[in-house]
Ligand binder design. Sequence first.
Ligand SMILES: Nc1nc2c(c(=O)[nH]1)N[C@H]1C(S)=C(S)[C@@H](COP(=O)(O)O)O[C@H]1N2
Ligand SMILES: [Mo]
Length: 454
Amino acid sequence: MNSDPNQRGRLRKAPENFLDQAGIRTVFAEGKRGRRDFIRNAFAAAVAGTAGGSALAQANPVPAEGGDPNILTLPPWSSTLGKAVATDGYGLPSKYEANVQRRPSPGLTQTTQASVSFAPLQSLFGIVTPSGLHFERHHQGWVDVDPSKHRFMINGMVKTPMVFTMDELMRLPTVSRFHFIECGANSGMQWGNVAVPTVQYSHGMLSCSEFTGVPLITLLQMAGADLKKGRFLLAEGADGSSMTRTIPMELIESGEVLVAFGQNGEMLRPENGYPLRLVVPGVQGVSWVKYLRRVEVGDKPWATKDEAVHYIDLMPDGQHRQYTSIQECKSVVTTPSGGQVLLDKGFYSINGLAWSGRGKVKRVDVSVDGGHNWKTARLQEPVQSKCLTRFSLDWAWDGKPALIQSRAMDETGYVQPTYKQLRDVRGTRSIYHNNAIQTWLVQESGEVKNVQLG
Ligand SMILES: Nc1nc2c(c(=O)[nH]1)N[C@H]1C(S)=C(S)[C@@H](COP(=O)(O)O)O[C@H]1N2
Ligand SMILES: [Mo]
């Protein structure tokens, strides 16, 4: 084992646990160039503090003497009575925001039952995805579960099999935590070098909410689960998809896995699993079983259809990698991004999202020249574990073509790979777990396009 602590951090050995059963965790060496970048980046970060000010000086508001009629004349809403309180009782966004919607991808076959719609990442601020814009992925359509009839059962290697009503569950002590959920197939179309037009379609199977629920370990203890022998848990949903996934017990013992009913301060939305879903922080979306009705404690993985046939990674040697559930460190610039147009030269706040299924985001670097030079971005506080983190960098656009990228690093020292690094290990025939660095080309016209660099 290498004794250089930096080297050790970057070339982390695959931990010998269930999630990495195949023993082929994708780990990327930064190599010598990376180390130099590291030093250069530290320098760039120091400069960015001062350089930021000069970029901002190029921001371009219209001077007040311009006599903008929108400031000189009172609009009707300033000189009339407002509307009475909303009578429908549940607030809606302004009608001027009607184009901010989740959308099914034009490139994917949609049937009424098996479908996906993507969150509009280009339109969101901060880290929370409003519940009505949360991406949706259903293997057999979403269902409208009656909470008074919904039951949650614990069986398998337990002393006392138990069945809970929603009322019984909701009386227990709860926790509320912010976590991202990302479908393992997010960015999947880009394996084949398909230039998906917008960040909504390239990265929008990603959302982040405050989830409220009971730690699953509490419920397992109530049922007297045999945690010595029962090292695995099967989670099952109540919809027609027979969604079943194996969860390793060490994740549950960490206390992070929740049996959740709350999302952003209210009950889960039907599309997101109302009235109960599993929250498995850091793990790909498919394991976050919705309409959760049963968990079973067992002593080996189940190899169900959704972990033996689907959600496996086809490697270059023709073998399949199984149980690669953790969503590795990834980031994407959401502004500017594909389909947007920069109207003028001058100041822009490049910003985007970074996340890691292994903990906190430690740092994000941004490049405007396709990865030759990097500057360290600001991270918006609080930076939370297995949660989206918003980053930003001040930028003055000179009107010339620019290649915008972000590269995230998590607290384990893992660095988000380039497409070349990713393909060297994973080949080109995968569907899942594409966490490569995204590139947006800003053209002289100001139009922003998705391009793929090695
Ligand atoms: N019961 C059930 N749970 C499910 C699914 C499903 O179809 N049925 N889809 C899974 C997949 S593939 C993903 S990515 C996430 C999506 O969660 P969301 O629709 O709340 O975004 O739910 C998972 N849980
Ligand atoms: Mo998924």
